[in-house]
Design a protein around this ligand. Structure first.
Ligand code: ZN
Ligand code: FE
Length: 256
């Protein structure tokens, strides 16, 4: 039996929240519950309790369900050390390089500022899963509300060397809109073209495009590809630094 599993729960208008189960310990965590009701429904269906609530960042669409879930199950709250002022009632905090536990599933924490200043992400090797919140999206990245393009570029670099098969669980179903934009940057990228067709097929049947995979992001996500000479050339920016190219891609996406 696998060490654990991830259950994708759509919530609010286009958010995802993720139930993570450690099979050996039978401990369960929820990552970024934007609201409580769909999480409670899923837990009741499986006859599971909830031990831990985990947040990647302080935005309401990622923490809105915290209070109700904590009250209902007596779950503990774990979140970014930099956000104790903006995320109420944290029992435990973490940051870059820390190890966190969901039962016996060990997760590594990355500081990934850019979308918000205190944003963190979690990688769990035993289930080959990255929970990226609103840092890395499928074919995109979060808007820069509290950070610079340079910060976000360096944050995304931290995911580069994860195993290629790492499943990427991000905070929103933005993939189809991201795909439309990505095609404007790399219209001749055959892997991107094929992926866009897959995405349209999934969305036509209302199936989540999540999880994505790290190797697929590296091959198709323009924000991960700002250091590719072909991408710089396509933008008329040959010879410019990856941060300069990334900045231009983010600027274009903001007004797309
Ligand atoms: Zn956010
Ligand atoms: Fe969000």
């Amino acid at each position: 039996m696998a060490a654990g599993e991830v259950i994708v729960i759509p919530c609010l208008s286009d958010n995802y929240t993720y139930l993570v189960r450690c099979h050996r310990s039978e401990m369960t965590a929820i990552i970024d519950p934007g609201e409580a009701a769909p999480v409670i429904a899923e837990l009741e269906e499986r006859d599971w309790s909830l031990d831990l609530v985990i947040n990647t960042h302080h935005h309401h669409d990622h923490i809105g369900g915290n209070a109700e879930l904590i009250k209902e199950y007596g779950a503990k709250l774990l979140g970014p050390g930099a956000e104790t002022a903006r995320i109420p009632d944290m029992d435990e905090t973490c940051g870059e390089g820390d190890q966190v536990l969901i039962g016996e599933l060990e997760g590594r924490v990355f500081d990934v500022p850019g979308h918000t200043s205190g944003h963190i992400a979690f990688y769990f090797p035993a289930i080959t899963a990255l929970f990226s919140g609103d840092s890395l999206f499928a074919l995109g990245c979060g808007r820069l509300f509290e950070g610079t393009p340079e910060q976000m570029w360096h944050s995304l670099q931290k995911f580069r060397n994860l195993p290629p098969s790492t499943q990427v669980y991000c905070g929103h179903e933005y993939t189809q809109a991201n795909a439309k934009f990505a095609k404007t940057i790399e219209p001749d990228n055959p892997i991107l073209t094929a992926r866009c067709q897959d995405i349209d097929g999934l969305r036509a049947r209302n199936i989540p495009t999540i999880p994505s995979r790290i190797d697929v992001e590296l091959a198709t996500n323009p924000f991960m590809r700002a250091d590719e000479p072909s991408v710089a050339a396509a933008l008329g920016m040959s010879g410019k630094s990856p941060v300069e190219v990334f900045t231009e891609i983010r600027k274009r996406k903001d007004s797309f």
